[in-house]
Design a protein around this ligand. Structure first.
Ligand code: IPM
Ligand code: MN
Length: 334
């Protein structure tokens, strides 16, 4: 991933520092990262996060020790997750194969609150009366800013905006979300919109994803829908993400959507393209749009070339390194 960034244009203009934080660090030191790690990261323009997770460490410890605090402390309220069909990548849906209808959806996931507030309680632990609460937190600021970002993006790009909610069942949180959606909708009357309940949305994404362009949803709903989005386009090996605070003031976090894939970890066959696409998004959101575009073009060219190496998840036999080399070679060729 770092090699790709260098090849995209920038050796000398890029300054990297690598931190060994993650589950390996945890197994040694009993914590995912040192105290104050977000202060250390704050000095950087952007964070490129590799895969974290290990079957020996419970996932909620892994995630609440590293990734989720970054989202909250840096207030990275927009999580952009594109789901698009790419040349040469088989699509499991009928009518969306090569030369047919494309899928090109930008998911916007609220990334700091909602169902991921991290707040709750456990009472009477281990007794028959055991009771667990997991709170969802929806603030006016939190909902309004992510919806406003989505409306603005739709207006700027002339694309349709789909709002996803569940106001029929979540009579406080989703009703509040819907209320703020309606307020903003009046302000953005020129933007084409539609809305779906999240369960219906899951069905439509499988039956007719071509109708969606920009989709906004709360933290958990969009978490689920973006895995579905990856599943109908090229799998998690191609799913990239940008977690940003559009107002700036903190580094964005750019990461492949997949975890550490323990089933194939260490075999050198993980698809590097999601990480490289995430590096491209890092460029795009840090004033290096040309490099981002170059990375995108190189990946598209590699995928479109039937002779180019591909990893097993895309039906090939190549290693992570071979696919990375192919992308780097494309970038060098210009
Ligand atoms: C993601 C991941 C994380 C999330 C997990 C690992 C906590 O699934 O980035 O989509 O749910 O946010
Ligand atoms: Mn997820």
């Amino acid at each position: 991933m770092l090699r790709t960034l260098e090849a995209a244009g920038g050796g000398p203009r890029l300054d990297f520092a690598e931190f060994p934080w993650g589950t390996g660090y945890y197994l040694e030191k009993g914590r995912m990262a040192p105290d104050g790690f977000t202060d250390t990261l704050r000095a950087f323009d952007a964070v490129l996060l590799g895969a974290v997770g290990d079957p020996r460490v419970p996932d909620h410890i892994t995630l609440w020790g590293l990734l989720l605090p970054m989202r909250q402390v840096f207030d990275l309220y927009v999580n952009l997750r594109p789901a698009r069909t790419l040349p040469g990548v088989p699509c499991p849906l009928r009518g969306y194969g090569p030369g047919e209808r494309p899928i090109d959806i930008t998911f916007i996931r609220e990334n700091t609150e909602g169902e991921y507030s991290g707040q709750g309680a456990r009472f009477y632990a281990g007794t028959p009366r055991e009771l667990v609460l997991q709170h969802s937190a929806f603030s006016r600021v939190g909902v309004e800013r992510v919806l406003r970002y989505s409306f603005e993006l739709a207006r700027k790009t002339g694309r349709k905006l789909t709002g996803v909610s569940k106001g029929n069942a979540l009579n406080f949180s989703a009703v509040f979300w819907d209320q703020i959606w309606s307020e903003l909708r009046r302000e953005y009357a020129d933007v084409e919109v539609d809305t779906y309940l999240v369960d219906a949305m899951a069905m439509h994404l499988v039956r007719d994803p071509g109708r969606f362009q920009i989709v906004v949803a709360s933290n958990l709903f969009a978490d689920i829908l973006t895995d579905l989005g990856a599943g109908i386009t090229g799998g998690l090996g191609l799913a990239a993400s940008a977690e940003i605070n559009p107002e700036g003031g903190a580094p964005g976090v750019f990461e492949p959507v997949h975890g550490s894939a323990p089933d194939i970890a260490g075999k050198g066959i993980a698809n590097p393209l999601a990480a490289i696409l995430s590096a491209g998004m890092l460029c795009e959101h840090n004033g290096l749009g040309e490099w981002g575009a170059a990375i995108d073009r190189a990946i598209t060219a590699v995928l479109a070339d039937p002779q180019a190496p591909r990893t097993p998840d895309l039906g090939g036999r190549a290693s992570t390194a071979e696919v990375t080399d192919a992308v780097v070679a494309r970038l060098r060729a210009g």
